[in-house]
Design a protein around this ligand. Structure first.
Ligand SMILES: [Zn+2]
Length: 180
């Protein structure tokens, strides 16, 4: 299976922001520092828009099955994906990954390694920066929690359609790097 490159996809603009989050003044688009950016006249400052970081986890069972959760929130509601979500403030990428794993799938895990870093389009944020971690050692029984209707392991030979290109990328990374 070839690696998918996120660079081949065009990303949508983020959802338009109308007001400065610091002073509440109106934002306009101005050409600043080489780009058309949101700009607050009252603050005399650009409002920078950046990718939003998120972590997700490839949890393996016996090296043959991968844990997926069925989303019950947009985007891609009703589709399967890896457990994961946005980092909170003052949290490490690893902490975010393990917190989301517990919240969405009810299990506790230990991170083996970083599988990779990539990006994914998002309707609100434009670009999400995704970090994918591998977990072989975990405890508990998968049970659907926050943002999920189901949580269960799937054979790598019979995966359902995966909601996000970045998540497919991390599963492929696992397949390419696992010992044979
Ligand atoms: Zn302002």
């Amino acid at each position: 299976m070839p690696l998918e490159s996120s660079l081949t996809h065009s990303y949508p603009p983020p959802r338009e922001k109308k007001y400065c989050p610091f002073c509440g003044g109106p934002l306009s688009r101005q050409f600043v520092e080489g780009r058309h950016r949101l700009y607050c006249d009252a603050c005399a400052s650009p409002h920078y828009e950046n990718p939003v970081p998120a972590s997700c986890v490839v949890v393996m069972d016996e090296g043959t099955e991968v844990l997926l959760v069925k989303r019950n929130i947009p985007p891609k509601k009703g589709m399967w994906c890896l457990p994961g979500g946005f980092m909170e403030l003052h949290e490490s990428p690893e902490e975010a990954a393990m917190r989301e794993l517990h919240e969405e799938a009810g299990i506790c895990g230990r991170i083996e390694t970083l599988l990779g870093v990539t990006t994914n389009a998002h309707p609100d944020y434009g670009t999400v920066l995704l970090m994918g971690f591998l977990v072989h050692h975990w405890e508990g029984a998968p049970v659907a929690g926050d943002d999920a209707d189901e949580a269960r392991f799937f054979s790598l030979e019979a995966l359902p359609e995966i909601a996000f290109q970045s998540h497919r990328h991390f599963i492929r990374r696992y397949l390419l790097t696992r010992p044979v």
